[in-house]
Write a new protein. Structure first.
Length: 366
């Protein structure tokens, strides 16, 4: 679309970091409203330190004064009009590059005509940051021995400075906990987490995540971790040795009923159809103490490996009601927001004397 060449008067306007120039306005010199209202606003991105996956968007101050079909978009002198989103009636315009933008300066040019036939050109530029994202080291303090209640789990990630860092804990192969890390010195990110009695992980994996300017890097620690691991046998025997004043020693062995634990209402992989919460039921010994932890996690990506949202604890070692036959139940409340595909990681722990049984499984919101 050719622009009208200057003849008698040229109007230039500086706004939002870019130059907006009209073509020449022919006589009379008095500018009509339809000639001066053609401005682009909310142009993005702009400035420096722009991520390489950014979309290009803008609006007109009054799209009703733009001639339909006259818009032409160029990025770095390449016409991308055919790949752009143009909604004149909704005043929404944008272009998403098909590949990440290269580091350096990029120029955007939008050409259009008003409904009175006046040609306009708006141009702005932005700079894509050149980031070489890298994780050079990551480690934790649970390499040599499992941590127990009262201990503190520490992890450290080293890499590109001024980034957003987090530590992902893959627990027992089916739950993911994300902890935001703090940059304590340039390029060094740390987390510190106290271990509570409800933290029970027999096998865990630590993953470091670093993000900056639209780029993401991951690194996995070779050594696993464990929190409050529990060894459970098929039965329990309490042996008491009694020594009297006489030379003889009596050995009394008392056999204790083995602790059992079973969840009868749900199993791993089940779906939850109700949006108002659900009731968890099971069977154990009549005198057992049953505690339930339920963590709600947003729908996941990458085949369920990474979560896209934060997790919410719905129950934290809450005590279930156990009747005289050993049947127990507890109501799990609904999270604040219920989404299809949302997962509930459930841990049920039964304790009786010195015995302990634990069941972990995951159900999904339908």
């Amino acid at each position: 679309m050719p622009l009208i060449n200057p003849m008698k008067n040229t109007l230039s306007k500086l706004g939002l970091g870019f130059l907006l120039s009209t073509a020449t306005i022919s006589s009379p010199l008095l500018l009509m409203p339809s000639a001066i209202a053609q401005q682009i606003t909310s142009a993005t991105p702009s400035g420096t330190d722009v991520p390489n996956d950014s979309s290009i968007t803008w609006k007109f101050d009054n799209s009703s004064l733009v001639e339909n079909g006259s818009i032409q978009i160029l990025v770095d002198d390449t016409d991308v009009t055919g790949s752009s989103f143009i909604d004149l009636s909704g005043n929404t315009f944008g272009y998403k590059p098909s590949a990440p933008l290269s580091p350096g300066t990029h120029e955007v040019e939008v050409q259009f005509e008003s409904t009175t036939g006046v040609g306009y050109r708006a141009a702005w530029s932005f700079e894509v940051v050149n980031v070489e994202l890298d994780i050079t080291a990551i480690y934790h303090n649970a390499v040599d021995a499992a941590l127990t209640t009262g201990d503190t789990f520490n992890a450290e990630l080293r890499g590109t400075p001024d980034a957003t860092a987090s530590i992902l804990l893959v627990q027992n192969g089916n739950t993911l906990k994300t902890i935001e890390a703090k940059e304590t010195t340039a390029g060094t990110y740390r987390i510190s987490m106290p271990i509570g009695s409800g933290d029970r992980v027999s096998e865990g994996i630590v993953i470091g995540r670093l993000e900056k300017a639209g780029q993401v890097a991951f690194s996995v620690v070779d050594s696993p971790f464990a929190f409050n691991p529990t060894a459970v046998g098929s039965g329990a025997v309490v042996t008491q040795e009694i020594t009297s004043d006489s030379p003889q020693t009596a050995l009394i062995t008392e056999t204790v009923e083995p602790l059992t634990l079973e969840v009868t209402s749900h199993s791993d992989g089940d779906t939850i159809s109700s949006n108002t919460g659900f009731t968890l039921e099971g069977q154990t010994n009549p005198d057992a103490d049953v505690r339930v932890t339920v963590v709600s996690e947003a729908p996941s990506i990458l085949g369920g490996f990474l979560s896209i949202g934060s997790e919410t604890t719905l129950l934290n070692r809450s005590r279930a009601q156990v009747d005289s036959t050993g049947k127990f139940q507890i109501v799990v409340p609904r999270p604040a927001i219920v989404n299809e595909g949302q997962q509930y990681s459930i841990t049920v722990v039964a304790e009786l004397d010195d015995q302990e049984e634990e069941i972990e499984f995951v159900v999904e919101q339908q």
